[in-house]
Design a protein around this ligand. Structure first.
Ligand SMILES: NC(=O)c1ccc[n+]([C@@H]2O[C@H](COP(=O)([O-])OP(=O)(O)OC[C@H]3O[C@@H](n4cnc5c(N)ncnc54)[C@H](O)[C@@H]3O)[C@@H](O)[C@H]2O)c1
Length: 269
């Protein structure tokens, strides 16, 4: 049975931990860590098979685990991802925005090659990455429009001038800039750009809409293959409205694939 360590015990980490605890994922959650000690203690105590709480983020991958799942923040990826790979563990990254920085991506890609490990990015809060990857060589343009309630955007550097009412576009630019302006909201932009034209050529618009009841993402892609429109309307996570429920579900699905002993038929994997 594959042993899993969890970095980040918030909305996504909590759902992953509960899915593992219920047996829905075929691995075992053995260690957790959160910068907020109360968050890791609360989560561990709520599980029927409580994992050990690591002393710090780096200790997490010193333990005999097979996979580390990051569900914390872009800073956590910048601080810990390299040591996870150097400790010869596979890594699942939720805070994909950190990889929009070409220097970070290069260091981690080189380390994966050197240490024979893999970094996995769940599709997160969007759909259709398989088809977009298939057309990658023929893509001419990719644009993401993300629409969220202002309450889900508040606090981001890019959300300084939110509309007083109605809906307004508050950002238009590259995926690279979107990640800097909306660090907790632009993981979708980063994941999309890494699968398609890269962070400098993938376009992003962010709309703040007081009427929005869901976090919605619309992708429009064009190229020699034809065109694609992908639209996703996500329920926000009750404990973190910046995060969509689909993001945690995609991580759980990826993890159950990584933890499965094989032998199953898995469409679209
Ligand atoms: N890939 C996607 O599509 C996608 C979608 C939604 C969220 N995310 C990202 O996934 C991450 C987790 O999201 P969430 O909704 O669970 O967030 P959350 O705020 O609910 O939980 C994050 C937890 O991580 C902890 N944390 C933050 N930085 C840390 C660090 N450096 N070391 C240790 N612990 C740290 C926090 O204390 C918190 O308990 C965020 O970075 C978020 O932006 C990605």
């Amino acid at each position: 049975m594959r042993r899993v360590a969890l970095l980040g015990c918030g909305a996504i980490g909590g759902q992953i931990a509960r899915a593992m605890d219920s047996g829905a994922v075929g691995g075992r959650l053995t260690h957790v860590y959160d910068a907020d000690p109360a968050a890791s203690a609360r989560l561990a105590a709520s599980l029927s098979a409580p994992p050990a709480i690591a002393e710090n983020a780096h200790m997490l991958s010193s333990n005999p685990v097979d996979i580390v799942v990051e569900a914390a923040s872009q800073d956590a990826v910048r601080d810990c991802a390299l040591s996870v790979i150097q400790n010869r563990r596979d890594l699942v990254i939720m805070s994909a925005g950190a990889l929009a920085d070409g220097a970070v991506l290069e260091v981690l890609s080189d380390a994966c090659a050197e240490f024979g490990r893999s970094i996995h990015l769940p599709s997160g809060a969007i759909a259709g990455l398989d088809a977009l990857r298939a057309t990658r060589g023929e893509l001419e343009s990719v644009e993401l429009t993300t629409t969220k309630h202002p309450g889900s955007l508040r606090g981001a550097p890019g959300a300084k001038s939110l509309p007083a009412s109605g809906a307004a576009e508050i950002f238009s630019g590259t995926a690279l800039d979107a990640v800097a302006m909306f660090p907790q909201n632009a993981n979708v932009a980063a994941t999309l750009s890494l699968a398609t034209l890269g962070p400098r050529r993938t376009r992003v618009r962010v709309v703040a809409d007081w009427g929005a009841r869901s976090n919605s993402h619309r992708i429009e892609a064009r190229g020699a293959f034809g065109s694609m429109k992908i639209s996703v309307s996500n329920v926000p996570d009750p404990s973190n409205p910046k995060t969509s429920r689909l993001a945690a579900l995609s991580a759980i699905e990826l993890l159950s694939r990584l933890c499965s002993g094989g032998g199953a038929v898995r469409p679209g994997a």
